[in-house]
Design a protein around this ligand. Structure first.
Ligand SMILES: NC(=O)C1=CN([C@@H]2O[C@H](COP(=O)(O)OP(=O)(O)OC[C@H]3O[C@@H](n4cnc5c(N)ncnc54)[C@H](OP(=O)(O)O)[C@@H]3O)[C@@H](O)[C@H]2O)C=CC1
Ligand SMILES: O=C(O)[C@@H]1CCC=N1
Length: 264
């Protein structure tokens, strides 16, 4: 029998995960239950056979795998709301919340509760997320099951919990850093003559090509950069100008600022 998956708190990330799961041919919409307090904001899913509700307890009762997609400060509220249900049945609990430890969740559930923390990003929508996972009390089969679930929306890797905040910055915040880079490059493209649509098309495919080149050829970026930078050519002039204005330094400092914000 196919497992029921509920997402309590289906906002930006929860909806991206739902969209990604529904793109799998072997995933049936009837497997999915989505909640939020205002379920009208989930209308895009209603016609597709997904269960939409504001009833978190109903979702927990039906779910084999329960994903908590609420903001970190709402995690204790939800755990309190469904505590007795978690005690009465076997359920895999997965939290997406930034900065909420397995220990903190365990303190509000029973000691044998199977808990995962998952850190995907919004590219889950098109099955291109990277999801970092850590867990407690899980069996080998449960770990495989959760990895498989997140492999349906991209790729997953298991990491030590101590790296979960770093994973949040690099993978989850990271997509926003890359998007800001894309926006800036489009702005430059418009200034040198392209309309916005054409500049976007060129930049998006260039960024995709760069990422695919690194992934498929398992290269370090600088190795590929050396192939582009003709001596005395225009690429090195542009790159050096960016570095004079703190491009790499700015990125590293941004990563650290995000990390420090979570660690506070
Ligand atoms: N956005 C991202 O890219 C990432 C987010 N995260 C983490 O994922 C979590 C969700 O983030 P994000 O999707 O951006 O946040 P959103 O605010 O978009 O989504 C949270 C949703 O929870 C719902 N909600 C709030 N209270 C309740 C409740 N009592 N019962 C049921 N639903 C509730 C809200 O809808 P309503 O008001 O209708 O109830 C809201 O849509 C956070 O913990 C965040 O740290 C992690 C990685 C990436
Ligand atoms: O900005 C945030 O706090 C959340 C966590 C990672 C991505 N979005």
């Amino acid at each position: 029998m196919k497992k029921s998956i509920a997402i309590i708190g289906s906002g930006n990330l929860g909806k991206s995960i739902a969209q990604g799961l529904l793109k799998n041919e072997d995933f049936e919409p009837s497997q999915l239950i989505l909640t939020r307090r205002n379920p009208a904001n989930l209308s895009e899913f209603t016609s597709r056979g997904v269960t939409i509700s504001s009833d978190n307890r109903l979702a927990a009762e039906k779910a084999d795998i329960l994903i908590l997609g609420v903001k970190p400060f709402t995690i204790p509220v939800i755990l309190d709301e469904i505590k007795d249900i978690l005690e009465s049945k076997k359920i895999i609990l997965i939290s997406l919340a930034t900065g909420v430890s397995l220990n903190e969740i365990a303190q509000q559930t029973n000691s044998s509760q199977v808990i995962f923390r998952a850190m995907p990003n919004i590219a889950a929508d098109i099955q291109e997320s990277i999801t970092c996972l850590c867990s407690r009390n899980e069996t080998v089969d449960q770990k495989t099951e959760v990895e498989n679930l997140f492999n349906h929306i991209g790729q997953s890797i298991s990491i030590d919990e101590s790296l979960m905040e770093a994973a949040t910055v690099l993978g989850a915040c990271g997509i926003a850093y890359v998007l800001r880079f894309i926006r800036a490059m489009i702005q430059g493209g418009i200034q040198i003559g392209f309309d916005s649509d054409t500049a976007s098309k060129i930049v998006n495919q260039t960024v995709k090509g760069a990422a695919e080149l690194m992934i498929k050829n398992e290269m370090h970026p600088e190795e590929a950069i050396d192939k582009v930078t003709t001596p005395k050519g225009c690429t090195i002039v542009g790159l050096n100008e960016m570095e004079h204005h703190g491009f790499s330094s700015s990125m590293v400092r941004g990563v650290l600022a995000s990390y420090e914000k979570i660690e506070k």
